[in-house]
Design a protein around this ligand. Structure first.
Ligand code: DQA
Length: 146
């Protein structure tokens, strides 16, 4: 079973960026830990990070040809702005989990709204990087074998 992990803008700075909010694990560490976890469950995790909205959209479109069964996405700031990413996820009709490292609801008001939450399988918010692990385990238990 293949799962796709998508991280949006500025998440390439994980481990260095606002560590009080986002912690000190780097993106490479995060991705390789999740890939190991997926492998131990007999699954393949493809990882992509981009600062460009159209790359994220292209990755969502390509997921249909890569036989991806579920998507885990932290759209970062695009969460609060991108109807295009919402439309891409609706367009491919692949179940997805939305992850936010920080608790967006206890931060600035402009972060309280997500264009994705109402169509996500589930939202993992404010759990630090553990949110990605929980999303991965949930995707594996729900979609493995389908
Ligand atoms: C974030 C929250 C967003 O508001 C912010 O723009 C990010 C990261 C999070 O993981 O907590 O870049 O998605």
């Amino acid at each position: 079973m293949n799962i796709l992990l998508i991280n949006g803008p500025n998440l390439n700075l994980l481990g260095r960026r606002e560590t009080d909010l986002y912690g000190d694990t780097t993106l490479i560490e995060l991705e390789s830990n999740l890939q190991l976890m997926a492998k131990s469950h007999g699954c393949m995790l493809e990882c992509l990070q981009s600062n460009a909205e159209h790359h994220l959209i292209d990755a969502i479109h390509n997921a249909t040809t890569d036989n991806i069964k579920a998507i885990i996405i932290n759209p970062a700031a695009y969460t609060h702005t991108s109807i295009a990413i919402r439309d891409a996820l609706l367009g491919v009709n692949i179940p997805f989990y939305e992850v936010h490292i920080s608790d967006i609801y206890s931060r600035e008001k402009f972060r309280h709204f997500s264009y994705l939450s109402d169509i996500a399988e589930k939202v993992f918010c404010g759990l630090g990087i553990k949110g990605y692990e929980e999303a991965l385990l949930e995707a594996i238990s729900k979609y493995k074998g389908i």
